[in-house]
Design a protein. Structure first.
Length: 399
């Protein structure tokens, strides 16, 4: 942290106002979020979302995997323990992955899970922001640390961590896919990306964007993993499990006081929401197609933002996907106006849980996605075309 304060202070080490102001603001926001984290995680541990995740595989293992989606079976036990009425909605694959933790006492499982998802955030930052080059200046390294602090000071990010949400695991899968593509491991990248199925709404357009970007072997790896997982899930829950899941979705979507950050929730279902969704898909595909082959950051970022604009089920912690999208875009040294957009957009994103901030966040998502059109066009003109063609070995990217 001292590096941040010495960034512009020269030999005397005195921070300039330009450096000290944002660092001070972020530290205050981080302190506020830390209080919220402690309050949720330590004072009300059984009312966290992770209790739902911990309970689901226990019921599935004992009574059949379809029963964890049965509101009549799942909710009474959940309410008796927590007072919450939030059904389990994630795919069976997630319950299977959490089965080892579900066999542990809940406090032990919670500690392990919290450490895991916090580690996910650090790894995401490490593979998308941190640069291993030893020639980086102190100010450049301070900027990287500042970006991590900005994420930890962002309410949607810390709320997801405090609730024990799985969003960070999904974003880690996307970040590792990007990292593996940079090391010419496209099939493995696709296999890792398949982990987004455990909560797909924040990233489901990423594979489609990569297909538009002619990353065919990544998409092949994705399909090789997702198809068997989907088949096994359907066999495990059957038609009855699907009916139970639809009933649970209705319970959750109509939960009194429950707020969503999706387009259909903010604008209302109908033509406007459909038009925004279709436009988001079109812009995502265009950015992915137009971007130079080596700039894999653009299709992934567009896929993340587009997913949030299309899916009808977006909660505040799902907006953490915008952090990963921003980190990827910043690697491309975008125009100053794009950087300014991200800085200005930080304010409504921090306040995203408030009703008055829903529309500004939606406008931020749209503006961010549209800005990638200009960035893709600029990069297409300035980046030397790759000699590689689709189907041949993909180029290595800077780590």
């Amino acid at each position: 942290m001292a590096a941040l304060w010495r960034k512009a202070g020269g030999s005397r080490g005195a921070p300039s106002l330009r450096t000290a102001a944002p660092v001070t603001v972020l530290l205050v926001l981080f302190a506020y979020n830390l209080i919220q984290y402690v309050t949720l995680a330590f004072q009300t541990p059984r009312q966290l979302d992770f209790y739902v995740f911990w309970l689901a595989p226990r019921i599935g293992l004992a009574q059949g995997w379809a029963q964890m989606y049965n509101p009549a079976r799942f909710l009474p036990e959940l309410v008796a323990q927590t007072g919450n009425w939030l059904p389990y909605l994630n795919p069976p694959v997630f319950a299977w992955l959490l089965l080892p933790l579900s066999l542990l006492p809940y406090p032990v499982a919670l500690v392990i899970w919290n450490a895991l998802i916090l580690g996910c955030l650090v790894v995401i930052w490490r593979v998308t922001v941190w640069r291993a080059a030893p020639t980086l200046t102190l100010s450049q390294r301070g900027r990287e640390i500042l970006l991590l602090l900005a994420a930890l000071a962002l309410y949607p990010v810390v709320l997801g961590l405090a609730l024990g949400q799985v969003t960070m695991v999904v974003l880690l899968a996307v970040a590792l896919c990007y990292w593996l593509m940079g090391r010419d491991r496209p099939l493995l990248a696709g296999l890792v990306l398949a982990l987004i199925v455990i909560k797909p709404q924040a990233a489901f357009l990423v594979p489609i964007a990569l297909l538009a970007a002619r990353r065919y072997r990544v998409c092949l790896g994705f399909a090789l993993a997702v198809i068997p997982m989907a088949a096994l899930s359907l066999l495990a829950v059957g038609r009855q499990g699907i009916d139970y899941w639809l009933a649970s979705v209705a319970v959750n979507y109509n939960h009194p006081g429950f707020k969503f950050n999706s387009v259909s929730w903010i604008l209302g279902p109908g033509v406007p929401a459909i038009a925004v969704g279709l436009a988001a898909v079109a812009v995502t595909l265009y950015v992915s197609w137009k971007a130079p082959f080596k700039d894999v950051e653009l299709p992934i970022a567009a896929g993340l933002i587009g997913s949030l604009l299309v899916t009808p089920y977006v909660t505040v912690h799902d907006l953490s996907a915008l952090v990963l999208a921003a980190w990827l875009v910043l690697r491309l040294d975008p125009a100053r106006w794009i950087t300014a957009l991200l800085v200005v957009g930080y304010v409504p994103l921090f306040l995203a849980n408030a009703n008055f901030a829903h529309l500004p966040v939606l406008l931020l998502e749209g503006a961010f996605l549209v800005s990638l059109v200009g960035l893709a066009r600029v990069r297409a003109k300035t980046v030397r075309p790759q000699q590689n063609v689709a189907g041949r070995s993909q180029p290595r990217l800077a780590s």
